[in-house]
Design a protein around this ligand. Sequence first.
Ligand SMILES: O=P(O)(O)OC[C@H]1O[C@H](OP(=O)(O)OP(=O)(O)O)[C@H](O)[C@@H]1O
Ligand code: HPA
Length: 180
Amino acid sequence: MHKIKVEDKEFEIFLENDTLNKRIRLLGIQINVDYEGKCPLFIGVLNGSFLFMADLIKEIDVPCEVAFMRVASYEGTSSSGKVKELIGLPENIEGRDIIIIEDIVDTGLTLSHIIKTLKEQKPASIKASALLLKPSALKHEIEELEYVGFEIPNEFVVGYGLDYNGLGRNLTDIYRATEG
Ligand SMILES: O=P(O)(O)OC[C@H]1O[C@H](OP(=O)(O)OP(=O)(O)O)[C@H](O)[C@@H]1O
Ligand code: HPA
């Protein structure tokens, strides 16, 4: 088994780049069919989505636009504990068909907050795509999450845009933490 170390933590190979690309090609086909005759706006959630966005957008053959935004999380005093501030939110999305691009949906808190906020601007439609989904970690059901690459167990993963303490985003494959 191919093992690597990122900072202090050991990881083993989980999803190879070839597997990722094959799945992304299929997601692209699905989106091309669903958005025929439309001009969707893809909104990537930085930082983690940058490689997934780059590979997915190359598979899209309907006219489309691309934008990025960020989510800053900090401990707040609200009952939920965490406050999420959306930065660089695209303007003028009224009447647009929006597809949000995430590398991973874990608890679903980030994506559900983004969708709720973007809906206030009255887009024509809003869907989301995540390369990875951890169904057993999900605390917020997200009906807009239509395009999922892989459903994975509730294990920490790194690579292909995903980081561990800021490191490992440059790995071309996705790795999972080994036990312990
Ligand atoms: O479903 P959730 O539990 O909310 O977790 C998912 C979020 O966590 C990661 O972002 P992170 O805050 O690590 O920022 P990054 O993209 O810059 O790595 C990921 O990119 C999602 O945005
Ligand atoms: O498993 C993960 N890895 C990296 N970043 C993440 N953000 C949420 N879950 C993860």
